[in-house]
Design a protein around this ligand. Structure first.
Ligand SMILES: [Zn+2]
Length: 248
């Protein structure tokens, strides 16, 4: 709670003195990072009372859906490099749980004005899993995966984004490699157990269609492969990180 109060005060000061806001935000990230541990199961009850401090740091330039605001903010807290990136979460009918495709409009935007869309499926006709039907921990995992795509886009210029989009559509091996790299980025940002939980649920415990599972098997890492990467990562080597569960 002490840290929460400090973060709120820092955010208030930052609003009054914009010229030092970047410095204040940098300190805020450091303070929050101390709380932001790798855990197997992120519980809603452990973060509900932190939503104001999370908003103060991570909601800048973001359009967040009411229903998933806390999950998005927690996932964003694992990606401090996206703190000022414009990201719009939108609910619409798509063919998968969530998606963050390279945005074609960036070809016509100045780099400093770039914005990215992350779509959340809200159609009941879906073959796969709806975000609303999976656990809080799994929701953070799948949001973390989409944020990893955005990180990749921020490192690419317009023409690299265009070729990424085209190769993703037309070259199956490229799509598989990109999705694997995206899961690795998610794991390296500390959300390994969350993406593991999501993939394990989707492939081994859910009632999603055989056709959808086949698509996932073709283009995405399996839960077993994700687990192998987690267990090899030094980030997850501290035994406490693998067993600690945030208590409500
Ligand atoms: Zn993906």
């Amino acid at each position: 709670m002490k840290t929460n109060n400090i973060l709120l005060k820092l955010a208030a000061i930052a609003q009054q003195f914009k010229y030092i806001s970047i410095f204040i935000l940098f300190i805020s990230y450091s303070l929050f990072a101390q709380q932001n541990k790798i855990v197997k199961d992120i519980r809603k009850t452990a973060f509900e009372n932190q939503i104001d401090s999370l908003r103060a740091i991570y909601a800048n330039n973001k359009t967040l859906p009411n229903q998933y605001e806390l999950q998005c903010l927690i996932a964003l807290s694992f990606y401090p490099e996206l703190a000022n990136t414009t990201i719009n979460f939108k609910q619409k009918h798509i063919q998968t749980t969530m998606a963050s495709r390279p945005p074609f409009r960036v070809l016509f935007q100045a780099d400093k004005n770039r914005s990215y869309n992350i779509c959340i499926n809200n159609s009941k006709k879906l073959n796969g899993a709806l975000l609303t039907n999976i656990s809080f921990n799994e929701q953070i995992g799948v949001i973390g995966h989409e944020l990893a795509h955005v990180v990749d886009y921020t490192h690419k210029n317009k023409w690299q984004l265009l070729t990424t989009a085209l190769r993703y559509i037309f070259v199956p091996k490229y799509k598989r490699n990109l999705e694997a790299q995206t899961d690795i980025t998610t794991i390296n940002h500390g959300l390994g157990w969350q993406i593991y939980d999501f993939v394990d649920y989707l492939m081994n415990k859910s009632t999603v269609s055989r056709k959808y599972k086949k698509h996932k098997e073709k283009f995405y890492l399996s839960s077993k492969q994700i687990l192998e990467i987690i267990l090899k990562s030094t980030l997850y080597s501290e035994p406490a990180f693998n067993t600690v569960i945030i208590k409500p």
